[in-house]
Design a protein around this ligand. Structure first.
Ligand code: GAF
Length: 393
């Protein structure tokens, strides 16, 4: 197998920072969420797929009792002694630079409940071609590449869902972002030409064929380059509003509400909380309908569900921005079957499901519309549903 460029970059960085050849190279992909937004932390359903953009971790066990990490995006190398990981995380995370909290946080999470001897030290060098800040989960790609590497090097024998959980624990506790588990599961369980249908309560996952290639469809990512952060602001507020809505409705999580419960929710909740709740309840329904539609009628029939999801995020959950609304509207006018913002919102990217022969036309139309509206030029590229985390060498 020829190594991708980012994999070679990781090996080059490893040689420069740790010296010599790494024992192995592991990788994990970014993801696009096809549908099911802000449902994961409500114990609901999601349908993401892993993409053909990956983060690579070149790694080797060392005789030193420390984890040392370097990244092609950063000038410094950061290290923490293994027996001090739990002094740093979660309470003293400021002791390490923010970027290093993702990989070092995974090491901490994997060792969190462990008794007995500490494993050997590890040197890691990371490189990626997942765009950062685009809502394609570059953070889960780092976490899962590092989790896969440490699982092998430390001979932990964890299954993929357990590794995904360690990535989420790192993100929640070591980084401090109150996210759900969708991104890590997509990065771990993704499959070529397929999406991962995940029940975020039971963590039961099913692979669902997408059939984009057979139907001549492509997924165009329209990255607004408006950056977002999940550790702060709107994401956390939305999560709190959902918990508040669930408490008033007397359920463990919004997953426990059905469409029939919405009239009662309207009577009990204030307008804003009601609309947050309505988004989650209807979005869970749309995920189930999308899976059913993919199976019964194929991907050409899911366009209206994608559009309804976007409208719900725009009007009820209020996490879209004008650039994303514009991207969705123009993409569909130019021939996309459906489109929606993807990821946590407040910036990032939209996706459009486009017949192959119209991809250029949709790209041009969105680019022109952004220029006419005075928005910064979007970055448009296609992605292909791909495999999850693996050892590459
Ligand atoms: C971000 C989070 F990391 C996910 O857990 C999920 O909540 C998503 O936003 C919204 O669907 O990617």
């Amino acid at each position: 197998m020829t190594l991708a460029r980012a994999a070679r970059d990781a090996r080059g960085l490893f040689a420069a920072t740790a010296g010599g050849e790494p024992e192995g190279v592991w990788s994990a992909p970014g993801r696009v969420n096809l549908i099911g937004e802000h449902t994961d932390y409500n114990d609901g359903f999601v349908l993401p797929f892993a993409i053909d953009r990956r983060t690579y971790a070149a790694a080797t066990r060392s005789g030193q009792r420390r984890i040392r990490v370097a990244s092609t995006l950063e000038a410094e190398t950061v290290e923490v002694r293994i027996d001090e990981l739990d002094l740093v995380f979660p309470d003293r995370r400021e002791a390490v630079p923010e970027w290093a909290r993702y990989p070092l946080g995974v090491a901490w999470a994997l060792l969190a409940d462990r008794d007995g001897d500490l494993p050997p030290g590890v040197d890691l060098a990371i490189a990626s071609d997942v765009p950062v800040g685009a809502g394609l989960s570059s953070s889960a790609a780092i976490e899962c590449a590092v989790a896969a590497a440490l699982d092998d090097l430390w001979e932990l024998g964890l299954d993929r869902v357990a590794l995904a959980r360690s990535g989420r624990l790192a993100e929640n506790e070591a980084v401090g972002a109150p996210t759900g588990i969708m991104d890590q599961v997509a990065a771990m369980l993704g499959r070529t030409d397929a999406a991962v249908f995940l029940d975020c309560r039971s963590l039961d996952a099913e692979v669902v064929d997408l059939g984009f290639r057979d139907e001549g469809l492509e997924v165009l990512v329209i990255d607004t380059e408006v950056s977002h952060a999940h550790a702060t602001g709107g994401y956390r507020e939305r999560r709190t509003a959902c918990e508040h809505g669930a408490a008033i409705m007397g359920v463990t999580a919004l997953r426990d509400l059905a469409m029939d419960d919405l009239p009662r929710a309207a009577a009990l909740l204030d307008d804003v909380t009601f609309r947050r709740v309505r988004h989650v309840v209807t979005e869970n329904r749309r995920v189930l309908d999308t899976v059913e539609t993919l199976r019964s009628h194929g991907p050409g029939a899911i366009g209206d569900l994608l559009l309804a999801s976007h409208a719900s995020m725009r009007d009820d959950f209020e996490i879209s921005i004008p650039e994303l609304d514009n991207a969705v509207e123009i993409a569909v006018a130019a021939g996309a079957i459906g489109a929606r913002m993807t990821g946590g919102g407040f910036g990032g990217a939209a996706i459009a499901l486009v017949p192959h022969e119209l991809t250029e036309r949709v790209t041009d139309a969105v680019t022109d519309a952004f220029a006419a509206s005075g928005f910064s030029a979007p970055r448009c590229f296609t992605v292909v549903p791909s495999d999850g985390a693996r050892r590459d060498r």
